[in-house]
Design a protein around this ligand. Structure first.
Ligand SMILES: Nc1ncnc2c1ncn2[C@@H]1O[C@H](COP(=O)(O)OP(=O)(O)O)[C@@H](O)[C@H]1O
Ligand SMILES: [Mg+2]
Length: 238
C-alpha cells in the first residue's frame, strides 16, 4: 500500500486555545479512516490544516510523500485534496448539474464537462435530479451534492466533515454505504461525532478529545478501548 497522506506532530493554536495538540496520522491509498470526537475536539481544525486553510503552528503535512505544509489551499486542491464542509453551501438557485459543472476545473471543453458532471451525478445517485434546482433537494441529497462537487476535482484524498449530521437513520445508513463505495475513487477521512454510528464502515479510526488523539487503530481496537467505551459507547466509569 502506498501512503496518500502523512501528518506529523501537527499543532494548531488560536491565541490561547491549543486546538490541535500533536496529532500524527498516516493514510494509505484506498483506506477509509474515521476521525471521531466530541464538539471542539479539533477535528475541523485538523481538516483545515490538511486542506491548507490554516497553516499548522508546528508540524508537517505530506501528500503522497510531498511536503505541502506551506502550500496554499488551491494548490493542495489541485494536488488532489477534496473536501466537504460541515454546513452545505450549494448554489441553491442553480440546478444540481450546474452545481457540479461549476466545481469542475476549467478543462477540455463544455461538452466533455457536461458528460463528466453527469457521470459524477450518476456515481452519487443524483442523476434523476440533475435538472432540479439544488434548493429543492432534501438534506440527504444536498450532502451527496457536496460530495459530487468535491469529486469534480478528482481528488486522491477526500475529507468529509460530518456528512451525517442532521440526517435521519435511513439517510444515515444510505450515505454510509455510499461513502464506503467511494473508496474505489479516493482515500477518505470521515469525521463524525458518533463513533457507534460510523465505525462499522471504517478500515481504521482515530478518536480525538481536547485537541489530542486518545485512541487509534482498527475498529475492534477502538471498540475495546476503555477511554472510548466510557466516553462514547455509553459505559459508566468502573
Ligand atoms: N478560526 C478559529 N479561531 C479561534 N478558535 C478556533 C477557530 N477554529 C476553531 N477554533 C477552536 O478550536 C477548537 C477546536 O474546534 P474544531 O476544530 O472546530 O472542533 P471540532 O470540529 O472537533 O468540533 C475549539 O475550541 C474552537 O473554538
Ligand atoms: Mg467540526
Amino acid at each position: 500500500m502506498s501512503g496518500i497522506l502523512t501528518v506529523v506532530d501537527a499543532h494548531k493554536r488560536f491565541g490561547g486555545i491549543h486546538a490541535v495538540r500533536g496529532v500524527s496520522l498516516a493514510l494509505n491509498s484506498g483506506e477509509l479512516l474515521g476521525l471521531f470526537g466530541p464538539n471542539g475536539a479539533g477535528k475541523t481544525t485538523l481538516f483545515n490544516m490538511i486542506a491548507g486553510l490554516y497553516p499548522p503552528t508546528s508540524g508537517r503535512i505530506e501528500l503522497a510523500s510531498r511536503d505541502v505544509t506551506r502550500e496554499p489551499a488551491f494548490r493542495r486542491a489541485r494536488a488532489g485534496i477534496g473536501r466537504t464542509f460541515q454546513v452545505c453551501r450549494p448554489f441553491r438557485g442553480l440546478t444540481v448539474a450546474e452545481n457540479v459543472l461549476a466545481a469542475i476545473p476549467p478543462g477540455s471543453g463544455v461538452g466533455d464537462d457536461r458528460a463528466r458532471a453527469r457521470e459524477i451525478l450518476d456515481a452519487v445517485g443524483l442523476l434523476p435530479k440533475a435538472e432540479d434546482a439544488a434548493g429543492s433537494l432534501t438534506l440527504g441529497m444536498l450532502k451527496r451534492l457536496e460530495v459530487a462537487r468535491a469529486l469534480a476535482l478528482e481528488p486522491k484524498l477526500l475529507l468529509l466533515d460530518e456528512p451525517l449530521a442532521g440526517l435521519t437513520a435511513s439517510e444515515t445508513s444510505d450515505l454510509l454505504g455510499f461513502i464506503q463505495g467511494l473508496k474505489a475513487r479516493a482515500s477518505i477521512i470521515l469525521v463524525d461525532h458518533n463513533v457507534r454510528q460510523s465505525l462499522g464502515v471504517c478500515d481504521r479510526a482515530i478518536v480525538m478529545d481536547a485537541g489530542a488523539v486518545i485512541a487509534s487503530g482498527s475498529p475492534d481496537t477502538i471498540r475495546r478501548d476503555p477511554g472510548v467505551r466510557r466516553a462514547y459507547l455509553g459505559e459508566s466509569a468502573a
